[in-house]
Design a protein around this ligand. Sequence first.
Ligand code: FAD
Length: 465
Amino acid sequence: MREIERTEPLTLAGAGLVGSLMALFLARRGFQVDVLERRPDMRRETVEAGRSINLAISARGLHALRQVGLDDEARRHAIPMRGRMIHPLAGELTLQPYGKDDSQHINSISRAWLNQYLMTHAEGTGKVRIRFKQRIQRVDFDSSTLTVVDEASGASREERVTVLLGADGSGSAVRQEMARLPGHASTQEPLSHGYKELSIPAGPGGSWRMEKHALHIWPRGTFMLIALPNQDGSFTCTLFLPFEGPVSFASLDSPSKLTAFFQEQFPDALALIPALTQDFFHNPTGSMVTVKSAPWHVGGRAVVLGDAAHAIVPFFGQGMNCGFEDCGVLDALLARHSRWEEAFAEFFRLRKPHADAIADMAVENFIEMRDSTASPRFLLEKQVEKVLLNAFPGQFLSRYTLVSFSRVPYRLAYEVGAIAGRIVSELTEGLTRAEDVDLERAARLVRERLVPFLEEHKDGFRIEG
Ligand code: FAD
């Protein structure tokens, strides 16, 4: 088994969000890191819009940034979003707070800014070299050889590596090569919905034309529109629609159908998106996939992390957060182990159940966002949940709170969330106002069902670092 030698150069596939952060962690541990990135350097050339213009960063992602000293600057570039602003088909807008108070919020941040910031800091250590337009095409784990294509010239060549870390995203070449090995498996479950980005420009003087501190949602059952604020006063909207069917990307095939659809479903948004037709027919239609793979490593020779290991659908806003958490965990394991194989095996053992849990929660949240958020019953349940969060601090915990505002392992968040959800549902039965919730009954249910679970799993709630 290969010893972990800090003098050995490591090879990392992908300078996306996770790859850049992992490179920085490794450099701080003293490793030389050679990063191969398929795309051009986005700091010098305009790169085709990525997977989303902005994204939500929350406790887990911010913690990982704190570990490398970059969270303060990231917060300065982010906009706090304190709740979901629901835009119903008819009637008033309603804000559903995410947490017990405004201190519990998620943050909208520019993907491009964050990626560039991480790359620059990784390179700034003097230990990370990023080579752009270099695509990994093949990996031969027996001989530890990569086939790399230079995207500028089209020429391919072979490169020897010692240890390979694959952070090359949901379509990972490294994972796909791993999946060919005996004992390895990988599944990809594509979503039948795709997404399209649209833009709401800033108002006069760079002002925001809707509430700035919210994630806006237009829930419409089988489809939805969302919008996140940007620092320049604009919002980036994402329209999630089925690929095929009566209301789908396939059916909206002309500007007149598109405008009629928006007039009918999203009239307030339509008034704010002047370039709707241009955005819709020119921006790419993105696809989403859940990737589950196992194991995530080949002995001590290679490991995958981030989307490369476990891509998830974006409806919990956790893909990057989970990938950033991977980086912190792997970094800690490299301090604890003397052999690569042991560190990688423990990384897989520790992270796999949690990656699976957030993958499942993300799919469930899709239904919640596009459907349930529109229902009065859901709104009432959220209000009851808030009452309980404030009435029983540390005893009543909701799934959303644990996932977004804590670093409690995802699997526990999933299980606590299921128990808490049932309690809320029972207490909401027959209620018309959240203030009328029966707190005595609530206390009993929390004591009987949640407290024993929390007690039994208390080690899981003890987070280090
Ligand atoms: P990527 O960001 O995909 O980076 C992979 C990198 O590897 C890229 O730079 C790519 O060019 C490079 N690469 C790929 N193949 C090769 C190759 N063969 N050779 C060399 N380089 C290669 N997450 C959140 O936490 N919050 C959100 O709000 C959120 N919103 C999202 C919205 C949408 C619409 C989508 C699609 C995703 C969202 N996510 C969100 C998920 C998040 O985008 C991903 O989890 C995150 O980008 C994963 O980072 P990564 O570095 O693992 O992969």
